[in-house]
Design a protein. Structure first.
Ligand SMILES: *[C@@H]1O[C@H](CO)[C@@H](O)[C@H](O)[C@H]1NC(C)=O
Length: 919
């Protein structure tokens, strides 16, 4: 969290106050605090360059080397040749590395390559390149995946990926290409020329830039693309990335990837927020493709409107993009798709699939800055019970500590933290405390003493511990890039080291961009120095990632290696999905921020981070009751579902806004709890495939153009479609239901035809939500205090039949907390209904371990939607039981006619194989 009054050193309070009083508008986003492209020399230079105006680069000395293709890039402009290496990974991935040969005279320092992001087993998935085809002179091409090849044009240098089988012209049928516009530029490290100025200044800050300019620019073209998506984190109400340059685009900024603590961010801006993932996906009717550049320095990315290069002949079948990075090397991955799910799988095969969260973490979280003391905690906890609202986790923000010293407790406000956690744990509830990276420079603070003695802090340019201003006042920051320091950090979470913690305490990493209130752009200066002499500029966007990693590993260690951690992080980078959840930071309680949360969470999901959500209600400001209710209704579907608020806001626990609103928020939270079995099954899916829990419609309906830029509706898995309500007092809403099959309203059971837009009246008690025909969704309909109190509860299956009167679905169950599922301790069922028969069978790959998970849970209710009238009997067959049940009509909503058939108490065990016949 961030607050203007609190973020400034004390002597500035008066000025800030004055500014707030004099400020004519309430827009607090201080644009001037952040650099734009024109104030950023590498960006300004690269952006103003015209296509094909640099001395052309050519490829020489092509050879097979280390299982890939090696070559040199030369031009009249380049002092030392650039080394190029291409390799291929299983599943349709081409990797391009370009670095300078630092051994050639004069030798230079090595440029930074981001460690510990790519999966360690990636090398085992290399396809060994043993043959280059030279069927066309001046080109080298080789096999990439079935139906795809890589093509390297030598002069001028261009790399592309194309479909094979459609002709011998190597420039035909391309899906991706690099340097097609000759914008590739690699600033080589060199010594300073006489009188040359390397320092850069921004506001009152000077960046010494001891190694001089070292930026890299490249152009990437996505062929056959209607839209491009990805590169979080930005706030935009459009899911597809809008062009930032070219005909029809007003003067605009490129998308910036630079992790920053942006105070009161706008709901519509290309400025970078808290996290960065340099991964873009293109999609069109013919194909989906991806481009990922593993580089953690500041990046700026332009999406170019058709005709940007030649207004006379715009090509709207292709989207050109320009990528500019301040430092590092080219380590880029081309993903061939061809479908949306293929691209996401390819990307997560590089950076990892999301880890399987503990089950409580996907239920509802209650947070506020701050729950004041133990009494306040007890009262909020009791409030949920009094109002019959389930919740799983209560959060404590920075004020719980002893003077912002993390890992400590305020002795007056929280004298008995263990007892407090135990009381929550009795109801199956957990607690989360905040642990930020800024460490108070206080010699009596054990953590500071240790970090200082061991030399574990990031250093300033002169070699002293870097000292910045944050919540804890004068603070230093652990050099978390160093594996040894990560190890040290992770030990701090043991029950012995973290006094007052218990096994049901989990962690929140905030401010890990890192946020430095008095630093340039509210972050750490670029010329501070990390482990191995790495400059902060080189690693900036990954700092929060390593912090998240070390914290999550700390919780794993605390649990002896067999308890799943839960850590929420604000900053993120490619691969953060392996360590826990992220949220979209300090949003605002207005309707636009509710709307923008959906494309933001969808974008995170497309780029690997499925476990995310926005603060429900909005962090800053006071939501009107209607907005808060609508936010709960949308938020109940976010993969990460947490209510949170700034300390200057009025209290807004879900029962404080009148009985009617309490009932509406209770119902929204109940919706989430009833769908937990479905969500948990989806989290299992994403942990295997990377395909996100909350997905854009086009991921499920890739051939339906209507869906490509729909940011108002979203899918939960393949089975549910949800449409948010984002306007005050909205009376009706148009919802596009894709596909040929119909959709059933979750609440009323009424069916609607697919492939068209429907206009619905908006009701206050829910947002439009639908189950796709042909699917089966497992639910649990009994409400308890928390998810862990539901473990023995029976299930309901909702079967929505398609036009062939068939449907299919899954249920995944395990112990919800350990890693035993990795050895096979789980139940994974497939339910298929066809020809009047519902069967349950086990999904279990042959190589899964021997460990078993047992459950006596049964199915207590089966609801059929869309079954023609006349079913009289349901015959049950299991290994040891046969039974005959009379199905009945089901009225889903009071006052309406029956729309469904229900089989009550079939009491079929989820662990068993069985069949149920409808006669
Ligand atoms: C209906 O659903 C079943 C099960 O998912 C599927 O196999 C079948 O193809 C679907 N029928 C139609 C017409 O889509």
């Amino acid at each position: 969290m961030a607050s203007p009054a609190n973020r400034a050193p004390p002597h500035l309070h008066f000025l800030v106050l004055l500014f707030l009083l004099l400020s004519p508008s309430i827009t607090a986003w201080k644009k001037d605090e952040f650099r734009n492209c024109n104030q950023t020399p590498f960006c300004k230079r690269a952006r103003s360059r015209k296509p094909n105006t640099l001395p052309p680069l050519s490829v020489s000395d092509v050879s097979l080397s280390d299982g890939g293709l090696a070559a040199r890039l030369i031009s009249s402009d380049i002092s030392r040749p650039l080394l190029l290496h291409l390799s291929v990974y299983h599943g349709g991935i081409l990797r391009l590395k370009i670095d300078e040969d630092s051994s050639v005279d004069p030798p230079s320092r090595s440029r930074f390559q981001v460690p510990d992001v790519l999966l360690p087993d990636l090398n085992d998935r290399r396809l060994w390149l043993s043959r280059l085809s030279s069927s066309s002179p001046g080109f080298s091409s080789f096999y990439l995946a079935d139906g795809f090849e890589a093509v390297l044009r030598h002069d001028p240098f261009e790399l592309s990926v194309r479909r094979t089988g459609s002709g011998s012209d190597p420039t035909q049928d391309r899906i991706l290409s690099l340097n097609s516009h000759g914008l590739f530029d690699f600033e080589q490290l060199r010594s300073k020329n006489d009188g040359e100025e390397w320092e850069e200044r921004f506001r009152s800050h000077t960046d010494s830039r001891p190694y001089g300019p070292q930026s890299i620019t490249l152009d990437v073209s996505f062929h056959d693309a209607d839209f491009v998506y990805g590169i979080p984190e930005h706030a935009s109400t459009s899911l597809a990335l809008r062009p930032t340059r070219g005909p029809g685009v007003d003067d605009s900024e490129p998308y910036r990837l630079f992790n920053l603590d942006v105070f009161e961010y706008l709901h519509e801006s290309p400025f970078g927020l808290y996290g960065s993932i340099p991964f873009m996906i293109s999609h069109g009717e013919r194909s989906t493709a991806g481009f990922f550049w593993l580089n953690s320095a500041e990046m700026q990315i332009d999406v170019l409107a058709p005709g940007w290069d030649d207004p006379e002949s715009p090509d709207d079948r292709r989207i050109d993009t320009l990528w500019m990075s301040e430092a590092g090397v080219v380590d880029a991955f081309f993903l061939v798709g061809p479908g949306p799910k293929d691209v996401i799988q390819q990307y997560t095969s590089l950076t990892g699939t999301p880890s399987m969260p503990p089950e409580f973490a996907i239920a509802y979280h209650q947070c506020r800055w701050n729950y004041r003391d133990e009494e306040d905690v007890a009262a909020v906890d009791a409030g949920f019970d009094e109002h019959d609202i389930p919740y799983d986790v209560l959060w404590l923000d920075i004020e719980h500590t002893d003077g912002k010293r993390y890992f400590t407790w305020d002795p007056v406000l929280f004298p008995n933290p263990e007892e407090m956690q135990k009381k929550l744990a009795e109801k199956g509830r957990k607690m989360v405390t905040i642990v930020d990276p800024h460490i108070k420079r206080d010699d009596s603070f054990f953590l500071h003493k240790e970090a200082t003695e061991k030399g574990y802090y990031v250093k300033d340019g002169s070699g002293r511990d870097y000292d910045g201003w944050c919540w804890s006042g004068s603070s230093s920051y652990p050099d978390i890039l160093n594996p040894e320091i990560r190890e040290w950090w992770s030990e701090k979470f043991s029950l012995q080291n973290y006094k007052g913690s218990t096994p049901t305490l989990y962690i929140w990493n905030d401010m890990n961009e890192p946020s430095v209130f008095n630093g340039p752009e509210v972050t750490m200066p670029r010329d501070t120095v990390h482990y191995g002499g790495i400059e902060h500029r080189e690693v900036h966007n990954a700092y929060g990632y390593y912090f998240h990693m070390a914290t999550a590993n700390g919780l794993v260690k605390r649990g002896g290696g067999n308890v799943r951690p839960f850590v929420l992080s604000r900053a993120f980078f490619a691969g953060s999905q392996r360590y826990g959840a992220v949220w979209t930071g300090d949003n605002t309680a207005d309707w636009d921020h509710l709307r923008v949360s959906v494309p933001m969470v969808l974008t995170l999901g497309l780029t690997g981070i499925t476990f995310s959500g926005a603060d429900v209600g909005g962090f800053f400001g006071n939501p009107e009751p209607e907005l808060l209710v609508r936010w709960y209704q949308v938020g109940a579907y976010y993969p990460f579902f947490r209510g949170h608020a700034h300390h200057d806001t009025r209290r807004r626990e879900p029962w404080l806004l009148g009985e009617r609103n309490t009932a509406l928020m209770r119902e929204a939270i109940h919706t989430r709890y009833s769908l937990l079995p479905y969500y948990y099954t989806l989290f299992r899916e994403t942990s295997v495939t990377g395909v996100p829990v909350m997905r854009p419609l086009w991921v499920e309906f890739p051939n339906d153009k209507e869906t490509y830029n729909n940011a108002d509706a979203f899918m939960i898995g393949s089975n549910l479609l949800i449409q948010g309500i984002y306007e005050e007092g909205q009376k009706s809403v148009s919802v596009y239901l894709p596909g040929k099959q119909s959709w059933y309203n979750l609440k009323t059971g009424v069916g609607y035809a697919g492939g068209m837009t429907h206009k619905f009246d908006v009701s206050e008690d829910c947002i439009p939500s639908f189950q796709r025909a042909g699917t089966i969704v497992p639910r649990r309909e009994r409400f308890r205090r928390s998810s862990s109190q539901m473990v023995n509860d029976p299930y309901t299956l909702v079967i929505a039949l398609n036009s062939s009167l068939a449907a299919e679905g899954e249920l995944y169950v395990d112990d919800g907390k350990s890693y035993d599922f990795e050895q096979g301790a789980y139940i994974h069922r497939r339910f298929i209904f066809s020809n009047g028969k519902l069967t349950s069978s086990s999904i279990r790959p042959a190589n899964v371990g021997e460990k078993k998970f047992s459950s006596d849970c049964v199915i207590e209710r089966i609801i059929f939607l869309g079954l023609p009238h006349g079913a009289k009997r349901a015959l049950i067959e299991t290994e040891n039981r046969e039974a005959d049940i009379e199905p009945g009509p089901l009225i889903l909503r009071a006052g309406s006619s029956p729309t469904a058939l229900v089989v009550r108490k079939p009491n079929l065990r989820i662990a068993d194989d069985w069949t149920l016949k409808i006669l």
